[in-house]
Design a protein around this ligand. Structure first.
Ligand code: ATP
Length: 316
């Protein structure tokens, strides 16, 4: 037994000659909330499907829940696919019980848990509503509950936040935290950084078919320098001599980026200079900034690639 819920190694997938996923490896520690982040078309869904054994990789392997082949532990997994779908004629409660039954949960127990889940989430008024009468977002919440009603050990949610209003997004965050609280591992894909920043213990960034980063939110944010905004008390231009050459002035304030290790020496220089401090903010970039930075780097690599030149020439 290992303490990993997902161990994916070198996953690679071609669609005809197009390499949609290129050597993606991920290890998701048991009990953690793990985000797979990436722009549209990066290869997130294809990677998740290979991890779960829904499609076969052309190269690489996936092991789940302590080293098992994915198809042997299906009943211990909850999966919300990117393409949503429930039987429109079913009521919410039955739809949830049905999904549980597909994973081995007793039907009446599924109905009982459906009512508990929906009541706890403030969705009790639609328990006996038919799916076809529900909004898309509400049906998505029902499908989400259906995918976890059998208390799976590993929950994989593909773009779970997309299409939900802010209230349902918050409900989903509550569900994710609660499922982690009972010991489940949650792996979800998204391109909405705010959710990842709040929820993830660890994350991977996939761009251009390959994994470009793996680590904690703080480690991702530390890829970029700190952003400083400094306003001297005396308004003097001479302060520029103390600051990085790339510092720019907007009104009274100077803006520049600085490595964390240079923050204290900078403060010491400012203090010793006598220019004073009328305003100072030092902020670590958000996950969003790190994400955009990585994706832009990948885009630039593709723009520089000989194939990109050939494509541009062909398009010209
Ligand atoms: N069945 C398929 N046949 C051909 N190409 C495919 C197939 N499935 C995915 N692709 C292509 O593989 C690439 C990766 O797709 P994938 O759906 O894994 O990306 P994604 O990161 O999940 O994107 P999104 O955020 O837009 O859902 C895309 O260029 C997509 O068009």
């Amino acid at each position: 037994m290992t303490d990993y819920s997902v161990e994916a190694t070198g996953l690679t997938k071609y669609f005809d000659s197009f390499k949609a996923v290129d050597q993606v490896s991920l290890t998701v520690p048991a009990g953690c909330i793990y985000g797979v982040l990436g722009p549209n078309g990066a290869g997130k869904t294809t990677s998740l499907r290979m991890m779960l054994g829904i499609i076969d990789p052309d190269e690489g392997t996936s092991r789940l829940l302590g080293g098992h082949k994915p198809r042997t532990v299906r009943h211990r997994i909850g999966y919300l696919p990117e393409e949503r779908g429930l039987y429109p004629g079913m009521k919410a409660r039955e739809a949830i019980a049905f999904m549980g039954a597909l994973r081995g949960l007793d039907w009446s127990e599924g109905r009982r848990r459906a009512a508990i889940f929906m009541t706890e989430l403030g969705l009790e008024r639609v328990i006996d509503e038919k799916i076809r009468k529900m909004s898309k977002g509400m049906a998505q919440m029902v499908q989400l509950i259906g995918s976890i009603v059998h208390t799976p050990d590993l929950i994989v949610l593909d773009e779970p936040f997309s299409g939900l209003d802010p209230v349902n997004q918050e409900r989903l965050e509550t569900i994710v935290r609660r499922e982690q609280g009972r010991g489940a591992t949650i792996l979800f894909s998204t391109h909405v950084m705010a959710h990842a920043e709040r929820l993830c213990d660890r994350l991977a960034i996939i761009a251009g078919s390959a994994r470009r980063f793996e680590g904690t939110v703080d480690e991702a944010r530390a890829l970029l320098p700190m952003q400083v905004r400094y306003t001297p008390r005396d308004g003097s231009d001479a302060v520029a001599a103390l600051l990085p050459a790339a510092a720019t002035r907007k009104g009274e304030a100077w803006h520049f980026a600085i490595e964390e290790s240079d923050v204290e020496p900078l403060l010491a220089r400012i203090t010793a200079s006598g220019h004073g401090v009328a305003g100072l903010s030092i902020a670590r970039p958000a996950l969003h900034d790190a994400f955009v930075h990585i994706v832009r780097q990948v885009d630039a690599e593709f723009d520089d690639a000989p194939e990109a030149d050939a494509i541009e020439e062909a398009a010209a």
